[in-house]
Design a protein around this ligand. Structure first.
Ligand code: GLA
Length: 369
């Protein structure tokens, strides 16, 4: 990451209210996401092939790779952990083939490494992979998750039976708050229902702003475009989530992955690694553990980043840092190298420039004297 120093940057902080339209105070939910949550999720790399060996192995790798030391904490089991039927008492149970030890044993294992465990369900009669969902079982399921020692619930929006999303996600949010355990609440409802407008009031600590990412440059730039105008909805303990990372999954070049994670950091996105950490080579490792990138992601300067200027395929994205500096991403969306620069008009700064390779980005921290 390059650093450049310039002078006289004026950073304006956006004031965001904490009371939502429904009157629910943001402060009412436990402060579990003062900064954007960081961790790993099974979905992008493993899908339904997730099993307890993979979860333990990824927890091990999170520590051994140094990721835990730079802030990655949550080990999140996405869809397909549950058995096709509830137990005799109506509780969700782990798939006996892939999770024979049960979720509590995995939570204990993960906690023993100083990490936290995440799990997944859907605000519907089934998950997106057609396993049992939590609709009308919210209290039971929240209590079950708490009894297992779960620290994060990603709650999806498949098979909602046409019932209003706000109600379905609020019921689970209240059930989590009454569960007796602090459980980070991740709302996974897609852009069609505009979760950024209502998810904070359900008790969510972050919410998806796009449908599913894929391991491709087209997905990264499409998601980046989708964030326009969403800045005012994001804030400490209630973040916009442009989806889990694809860094290290093999579908993009190193430059493209660097652009992907740089943009996510600029957006104060939750940083959920989506690659198999057991098989990570140096490039994704270095991107995921880049301390300057993480510092940008974790810093709240009053608003998430946004695009501030563009010329053809070259874009300037910027976000204020709490220090008074600005984090800047110079993004080249095109297939030829180009010289991207910030201008006085963009940032209140003298011109600064850098060569940017195709499908790539440069992240800069621009500080006042
Ligand atoms: C949806 C979500 C994904 C993932 C899958 C699991 O598509 O958006 O992030 O959780 O379900 O089935």
């Amino acid at each position: 990451m390059n650093r450049s120093i310039a002078c006289a940057l004026v950073v304006s902080a956006l004031v965001v209210g904490t009371t939502t339209a429904s009157g629910y105070l943001n402060e009412q939910k436990p402060m579990l996401a003062a900064t954007p949550p960081m961790g790993w999720s099974s979905w992008n790399a493993l899908g339904c092939a997730v099993d307890e060996k993979a979860v333990r192995g990824n927890a091990d790798a999170m520590v051994a790779s140094g990721m835990a030391a730079v802030g990655y904490t949550y080990v999140d089991i996405d869809d397909c952990w549950m058995a096709p039927q509830r137990d005799a008492d109506g509780r969700l149970q782990a798939d006996p083939m892939r999770f024979p030890s049960g979720i509590k044993a995995i939570a204990d294992y993960v906690h023993g490494k100083g990490l936290k465990l995440g799990i997944y369900s859907s605000a519907g009669v089934a998950t997106c992979e057609n396993l049992p969902g939590s609709l009308d079982h919210e209290k039971t399921d929240a209590k079950t998750f708490a009894s297992w020692g779960v620290d994060l619930l990603k709650y999806d929006d498949c098979y909602g039976e046409g019932r209003p999303a706000v109600e379905r996600f609020t019921t689970m949010g209240r059930a989590l708050e009454a569960s007796g355990r602090d459980i980070l609440y991740s709302v996974c409802a897609w852009s069609e229902v505009q979760p950024w407008r209502w998810a904070a009031a359900t008790g969510a600590h972050y919410w998806r702003t796009f449908s599913d990412i894929t391991d491709s440059w087209d997905a990264v730039v499409a998601i980046a475009d989708q964030q326009a105008g969403l800045g005012p909805y994001s804030r400490p303990n209630g973040w916009n989530d442009p989806d889990m990372l694809e860094v290290g999954n093999g579908g993009m070049t190193s430059d493209e992955y660097r652009a992907h994670i740089s943009l996510w950091a600029l957006l104060n996105a939750p940083l959920m690694a989506g690659n198999d950490l057991r098989r990570m080579d140096a490039t994704p490792h270095d991107l995921l553990t880049n301390r300057e990138m993480i510092a940008v992601d974790q810093d709240w300067g009053g608003t998430q980043g946004r695009e501030v200027a563009e010329e053809g395929d070259l874009q300037v994205w910027a976000k204020p840092m709490s220090s008074g500096a600005a984090a800047v991403v110079l993004l080249n969306r095109g297939t030829d190298a180009g010289q991207a620069y910030t201008t006085a008009a963009d940032l209140g700064l003298p011109r600064a420039s850098a060569w940017v390779p195709p499908h790539a980005a440069k992240m800069l921290i621009v500080a006042p004297h």
